[in-house]
Ligand binder design. Sequence first.
Ligand SMILES: [Zn+2]
Ligand SMILES: [Zn+2]
Length: 337
Amino acid sequence: MRAFVITGPNAAQAGEVDPPVARPGEVVVDVERVGICGTDVEFYAGTMAYLHTGEAEYPLRIGHEWCGTVAALGEGVDPAWLGRRVTGDTMLGCGRCARCTSGRQHLCADRHEIGIRFAWPGALAEQMPVPASALLALPDTVGPEAGALVEPGGNALRAVRSAALAPGERLLVMGAGTIGLLVAMFARAAGADVHLFGRSARSLAFARTLGFDHVWSKETLPTATFHAVIDASNAVDLPALALDLVEPGRRVVCIGLAGEPSLVDTRSIALRDLTVVGVLSASGGLAGAIDAYASGAVDPRPLVAATVGLEAVASALAGARGPGWSAAPKIHVDPRR
Ligand SMILES: [Zn+2]
Ligand SMILES: [Zn+2]
């Protein structure tokens, strides 16, 4: 089968690889659609932290935002999965340790992460192996675009839940990329008064096309505090700003990752009685994201700028964009195209 393989920093191609075989407890999925995201860009550029800690190494098969159809079953898998459209959890805990058995399998020290950690092959391929325990069925109302946006949506939904807002309260979302915009969409669906802070005029203009009117740059940001701030940016200085902008006693949620350490003054956290929450992964948010897409409460499809084939992935990871593409932040891949 064909798959996208990164062989080193800024070196990758689509080519033939051995197809996966469903081991006991696993299925093989025919991949329908895959999103590429910032983590994938970092793997291609060679800057992803796991490349330096030994949790990932080249050659690398990436892709963790996906949907597809179950094509083969390993021993012990419920036959009802065969032929179902599915997506799944990126995080694959060992299932035996204290974290796994207490509902924190996404933090298992020995976890595989699909397309990311400890060489579990990713979704940028015609087929991929997935443990049946990580699968979630997709209703017919969730098409290929939304199906491949369940994983980022689950991350965004967990961030919104972590902000602990009541309807009508003011939320500031920092960062107007895919996660920031999904956070804004899920928060709007929950009744929050959503404000977006971004750096590029292009991304802010795009946010307005999604119906967000409270869109701010550093120069125009209101001085009033917010009932919660969610940092979905990759800017090194924004976590510290988030602590200054949140209402005392409330929450700052960190889901964005900067390329260098983001320093904050913990005196602000103590003296303003703040709760700072980190979010890693969509685990626990996946089912809610599927429900929101299926009901129409959130429609993530405008976030997709274009859908390309495996041949175009390397140039997309390098930042190239096609002439007819919209300003939307997400690029999708159809590996069978
Ligand atoms: Zn991602
Ligand atoms: Zn475990």
